[in-house]
Design a protein around this ligand. Structure first.
Ligand code: GDP
Length: 424
């Protein structure tokens, strides 16, 4: 059975925690899109980890962790991340990398930096991990697949050809040092040796695994609203964040994805630029940011403070719908225990009209939030394991959100730890 774990919001919903938890009953966990640009924070018996490229299932000895073809593969980063968890006492994980995954090249990171620098105040707020230049090259058909590392003559010829193109941009648009093709080729050979132990025909491996009835998780990065097609374009990421893309980014049939567990955060947070209708500012935001997540809402990759907001039912219902959510996991509910009243954004006012439908970006820029206030529960709910034991106002909040998002909430997370979960 294949199950996807994806985000309904702008990312940072707590997918890592839910994946780590569900990985206990799974055989294979797959990353199918994105790269090392966003992080998942996981707290388990080995300690606290910020994973960027590895799937959140790497902490179990019975699981196989897969980097699918849809991922932007930063090879030295992968090796570094494996080493860092092993150094922290985690048993050597079993890892497979698709021979069709494309390689994030050193110049992708440079181009990401240079472009943000060139855009200045109009930048996208990129994490400068090279993701946008990587996917641009992939679809411009000038990227490198892992398999290409194993044909030296063809590789060298292509490296020279690509450098010629890249150097035009470096010289005339960015006014930066040029690439040296010999050096780049040598780096590629190092990459080949680093990745070699993990390379696999992933799609075939998964075909056999599905036939054998294995339990498979697809772990998404970021969330619905960062999807390049259905999100807040252009303030989006460069690969699809939707469960549907799991089929493509892993190489499995779409109809095999039976469950789509959409992770929904009990309040909103976002990184990077773009419209964020339920955003809050000043002290109100500082307080929520300080209390959020497992120790504050700061980017797992960049450490920068996240933008904060109240729960946005308009965006989240849409986020669940485009994911095709079969269920939702509501996370970080414990964080809201300090509030007397909790505002929830239930509508957008655009040009004097209130709508409950999530609009395109042009309209979104004009949207003002319509808030409804729910009573708070004013206590710490961590440690509670039965839904019925939650305070009444807390259950009302969950049930209000469930109705708004039109998706059954089957799990409520009330703490960052693996066991801090309430099943309904
Ligand atoms: P992801 O990218 O979706 O995996 O999310 P992140 O890891 O960036 O952000 C989620 C943050 O919230 C992490 O710091 C988690 O440890 C933390 N977290 C997850 N679930 C809960 C929860 O239920 N309560 C609290 N307090 N923190 C949580």
């Amino acid at each position: 059975m294949v199950r996807a774990i994806v985000g309904a919001n702008w990312g940072d919903e707590g997918k890592g925690k839910i994946t780590d938890m569900l990985a206990k009953e799974s055989d294979i966990i797959i990353r199918f899109q994105g790269g090392s640009n966003a992080g998942h924070t996981i707290i388990n018996n080995y300690g606290r980890f910020a994973l960027h490229l590895l799937p959140s299932g790497v902490f179990y000895q019975h699981t196989t962790s897969v980097i699918g073809n849809g991922v932007a593969l930063n090879i030295p980063y992968l090796v570094k991340e494996i080493k860092s968890i092993v150094d922290q006492g985690v048993p050597e994980p079993k890892i497979l990398v698709s021979d069709r995954a494309q390689i994030l090249m050193p110049y992708h990171i440079l181009f990401d930096e240079y472009e943000e620098e060139r855009l200045g105040g109009k930048s996208f707020g990129s994490t400068k991990s090279g993701i946008a230049p990587f996917y641009s090259d992939k679809y411009a058909k000038i990227g490198f697949q892992v398999s290409e590392l194993f044909d030296e003559a063809a590789l060298k010829e292509k490296v020279y050809r690509i450098c010629e193109m890249k150097n035009v941009m470096l010289e005339h648009l960015y006014h930066k040092p040029l690439l040296n093709p010999e050096e780049l080729y040598a780096t590629m050979l190092e990459y080949r040796d680093m990745v070699k132990p993990y390379v696999c025909d992933v799609s075939k491996f998964l075909y056999e695994a599905i036939k054998a009835g294995k339990n498979i998780l697809l772990e998404g990065q970021l969330g619905s609203l960062k999807d390049p097609d259905h999100g807040i374009y252009p303030m989006v990421t460069s690969s699809s964040t939707l469960a549907a893309y799991g089929a493509i980014g892993a190489g499995i049939p779409p109809y095999e994805i039976k469950r789509i567990t959409t992770v929904v955060k009990a309040y909103s947070s976002a990184v990077g630029a773009g419209a964020f209708v339920s955003e809050i500012f000043g002290e109100e935001a500082d307080e929520l940011r300080k209390r959020g997540g497992d120790h504050g809402e700061f980017g797992a990759t960049t450490g920068r403070p996240r933008r904060m907001g109240w729960f946005d039912a308009v965006a989240t219902r849409y986020g669940c719908r485009i994911q095709g959510a079969t269920e939702a996991a509501l996370t970080v509910l414990d964080v809201l225990g300090y509030l007397d009243e909790i505002p929830v954004c239930v509508g957008y006012e655009i040009d004097g009209q209130v709508t409950k439908d999530f609009p395109t970006t042009v309209q979104l820029e004009k949207a003002k939030p319509v808030f409804e206030k729910l009573p708070g529960w004013k206590c710490d709910i961590r440690g509670i394991r039965n839904y019925e034991d939650l305070p009444e106002n807390c259950r009302k909040y969950v049930e209000f959100i469930e109705k708004e998002i039109e998706t059954p909430i089957t799990m409520v997370s009330n703490g960052p730890g693996r066991d801090e979960i309430i099943y309904r």
